[in-house]
Design a protein around this ligand. Structure first.
Ligand code: NDP
Length: 416
């Protein structure tokens, strides 16, 4: 299959006509696709999240993406944000144009294997053209991101220069480049990929971690939650989702080397001329990119900017950075901090360890003093579990906040 861009009107119709087929067979196609491609190209196991293959997350996500693409084949603008999310993730994994040839070949073959004669030569050609239309857009965008990476276009060795527990389950890793060269600045909110060798899977595994401190030329900081993982049985062992976080927590220490990619990601704080209030709302380990934004804003913003850091945790011991944020709030009079705890312990004191019992609930906050709803330019950044983010966004919209003032980190949902 070559690089054919542009679809004829007939091909557009054919792609639209396959939408119901993707509803019925999308997941089977993508499951066969990954199985055959990874068998023929085992080196790609180093790129894909293996547990997400086994637990079906990845085939489901790709099937969803194919469905969205076919449904919007004559309205590609609608896919812009999703494409940007995926291209950033690809760039953080150093996906190259040649990888698209491999993916295209095995995707079309998988369609043939699952659909049999229903995949007529005409429909197959239409899908080849559709695939390359999207691939060319993505390759082009990824090239742009690589060009902005100041020559850092492959995995780079970083030494762990410090390892600091932040809570019962979250530990920070301070990472400095082995080559000693100054690090490029990133946009607060962005992530890096960290790649380590996982013995049990016999391959390298990359994972994305948000940078959790303000930019520094000397080091990057990530703060990693030790995932519990599934109870592994023989058949689900490879579906264990916590390989990399457990490996980092249990075996990686000061002086050890990990591979790191250039910062990427489309969720970040965008500086503005005016100092509009900023509300940072997170749950669990979702506080990491928002802590980076907070640390940047409290360094750079004039004192009159209003900020509010709102966080929800299961327990006080699970929460990271509470002391840090409370300390900043003392130094910086316009910074408010509100902590929700779902299950406070008997020893926890309201007003010290937490402010409200329960999950993050905006109705417990004051619309003017806490949410700054009186300023329609206030910006809201949300990060945490998917449902938490969509529910919080709906709550804000219900309070009259315009959708374009709300940003969410849809971290787990895009790409490989
Ligand atoms: N850069 C990024 O985009 C990052 C994103 N994340 C995302 O954060 C999520 C995981 O965070 P984690 O620490 O494991 O979360 P936890 O499961 O530990 O939950 C943390 C808090 O969120 C609350 N919560 C969970 N679901 C909801 C909901 N639907 N509405 C309101 N509150 C909710 C929990 O309440 P309760 O105690 O009642 O369960 C708890 O108080 C992941 O989905 C991950 O993708 C994490 C890190 C970085």
């Amino acid at each position: 299959m070559g690089s054919i861009s542009g679809l004829s009107p007939n091909q557009l119709q054919l792609i639209k006509a396959t939408v119901p087929v993707l509803v019925d067979h999308g997941k089977s196609i993508t499951t066969v696709f990954y199985k055959n491609m990874l068998a023929a190209h085992p080196e790609l196991n180093n790129v894909f999240n293996m547990p997400n293959q086994v637990n079906g997350h990845q085939p489901r996500a790709l099937a969803g993406a194919l469905f969205a693409y076919a449904s919007n084949i004559d309205n590609l603008g609608a896919l812009g944000p999703a494409i940007e999310l995926i291209c950033n993730k690809h760039a953080s994994l150093y996906i190259k144009p040649d990888d698209y040839k491999i993916v295209g070949k095995y995707l079309l073959e998988a369609m043939g294997e699952v659909l049999g004669e229903a995949l007529t030569p005409e429909i197959k050609d239409a899908w080849a053209a559709a695939y390359w239309q999207l691939a060319d857009i993505m390759i082009g965008r990824e090239q742009q991101i690589y060009q902005q990476s100041e020559g850092w276009t492959d995995w780079r060795d970083f030494k762990i220069i410090d390892k600091v527990p932040e809570s019962d389950e979250i530990t920070s890793f301070y990472l400095a480049p082995v080559d000693g060269k100054p690090l490029p600045a990133f946009q607060p909110g962005q992530y890096i990929s960290v790649q380590v060798y996982v013995d049990e899977l016999k391959c390298d595994q990359p994972r994305q971690y948000s940078l959790s401190d303000k930019p520094s030329p000397d080091y990057y900081r990530i703060s990693v939650k030790k995932e519990k993982g599934l109870d592994a049985t023989e058949s689900t062992a490879a579906a264990h989702p916590g390989y990399v976080s457990n490996l980092l927590h249990n075996t990686k220490n000061k002086g050890d080397i990990v591979k790191v990619s250039h910062p990427a990601g489309d969720f970040f704080y965008t500086p503005t001329e005016e100092n509009h209030p900023v509300v940072l709302i997170s749950a669990g380990v979702g506080l990491t990119p928002l802590t980076s934004i907070l640390n940047t804003l409290t360094t750079k913003s004039p004192a009159e900017r209003k900020l509010h850091f709102i966080h929800g945790a299961r327990t006080s011991k699970a929460r990271a950075f509470q002391g840090h944020v409370a300390g900043l709030a003392k130094e910086y009079p316009n910074l408010r901090a509100t902590f929700f705890t779902s299950q406070p312990s008997g020893e926890d004191k309201q007003g010290v360890d937490y402010d409200h019992v329960g999950r993050v609930d905006l109705s417990k906050l004051d619309s003017t003093n806490d949410l700054f709803l009186d300023d329609f330019q206030t910006e809201y950044y949300i990060c945490g579990p998917d449902k938490f983010m969509t529910d919080t966004k709906s709550s804000l919209e219900g309070l009259g906040v315009k959708a374009d003032r709300i940003k969410m980190e849809l971290f787990g949902t895009g790409g490989v």
